[in-house]
Design a protein around this ligand. Structure first.
Ligand SMILES: Cc1cc2nc3c(=O)[nH]c(=O)nc-3n(C[C@H](O)[C@H](O)[C@H](O)COP(=O)(O)O)c2cc1C
Length: 286
């Protein structure tokens, strides 16, 4: 890694990659990346995380399948499963004869997610400095049980998200972002007027137009009826037919994500999963 890094350039150049060369990542490089991950701040300094490195082809293929068939996961050299880890703390506490924490499960979960995210993004930036690129993956939450089994995650350890790493096949494109005035609020929260917000939204998303067909319309209408009401759905669908395309939100939230409702983890499913992993959200530790 270069001794001096232009951080502004690094931040501006970073982009998600979904097509990787099969070239392996050397152990030296991986060591530097893990050192970066471990250097991140963490709640209380407890580092409630574990990272599972996955390079075995069969495991990578299983993870690609679990992640809604995102095949680049199988062709990339390394995948890292960032896990929320309440186990290490608990073991150390027991060894010392100490309590294992206050508000145990909820704190483990929240602080674990934050710790894992900061640690992962620190690693991502270190990876970019090494000429690598990456892709986060949140699908693993919907299939947390399967992931746990595949990676033999024991009690008190749950998958948070995955990061696919490798050398990019091409430079790809940097994604557009909302400008800071959409994101930053001064002193208190303010809703931006829709006349101001929506053009900014289109400037970020462009105007991707997803084709209309019967299956998509039926799926979208079903979701609109469920989340709003029949009148809202009817008006929205009339607009779709008039404009002749689906917007990005209509496609992603109306068609793509709900197309496999069985694979979605509900809050209740997740609560049950966590309890099975020893993380009962009602447990206070007190
Ligand atoms: C928590 C999280 C989960 C994500 N899951 C996926 C995923 O499953 N598949 C994918 O292709 N990209 C995934 N991404 C990448 C985002 O799509 C990407 O960050 C976003 O489009 C912005 O692009 P950029 O990273 O190039 O700025 C994920 C990103 C995050 C932070």
């Amino acid at each position: 890694m270069a001794e001096w890094i232009d951080l502004e350039k690094l931040l501006k150049d970073r982009r998600t990659c979904r097509s990787f060369k099969p070239d392996p990542i050397s152990e030296d490089v991986m060591t530097r990346l893990y050192d970066a991950a471990c250097s991140a701040p963490s709640a209380g300094g407890f580092q409630r995380i574990s990272i599972i490195e996955i390079t075995e082809p069969e495991k990578k293929e299983a993870l690609a399948r679990i992640s809604r068939n995102q095949n680049f996961i199988a062709s990339a050299p390394v995948n890292l499963m960032f896990c929320i880890d309440g186990r290490r703390m608990r073991r150390i506490a027991e060894y010392e004869g100490a309590p294992y924490g206050q508000d145990y499960a909820i704190c483990t979960l929240w602080m674990g997610i934050v710790d894992a995210s900061i640690s992962a993004q620190t690693l991502v930036l270190a990876a970019e400095a090494e000429g690598l690129r990456s892709c986060y993956n949140g699908n693993v939450v919907d299939r947390a049980d399967e992931v746990s089994e595949l990676l033999e995650l024991p009690k008190y350890v749950v998958p948070a998200f995955m990061l696919t790493l490798g050398y990019p096949r091409s430079n790809g494109q940097r994604s557009r972002k909302y400008s800071r005035n959409v994101i930053v609020h001064r002193e208190t929260y303010h809703d931006m007027d829709m006349e101001e917000l929506y053009p900014q939204h289109l400037a970020k998303c462009g105007t991707p137009r997803f084709a209309v067909n019967d299956t998509r319309c039926a799926q979208l209408e079903k979701m609109l009826r469920r989340q709003y009401d029949a009148e809202f759905a009817e008006k929205a669908m009339a607009r779709v037919h008039e404009q002749g395309y689906l917007t990005a939100y209509q496609y992603w939230f109306g068609c793509y994500y709900p197309s496999n409702e069985d694979a979605v983890m509900t809050a209740e499913d997740y609560r049950v999963f966590l309890k099975k992993k020893g993380l009962d959200l009602n447990e206070t530790g007190l």
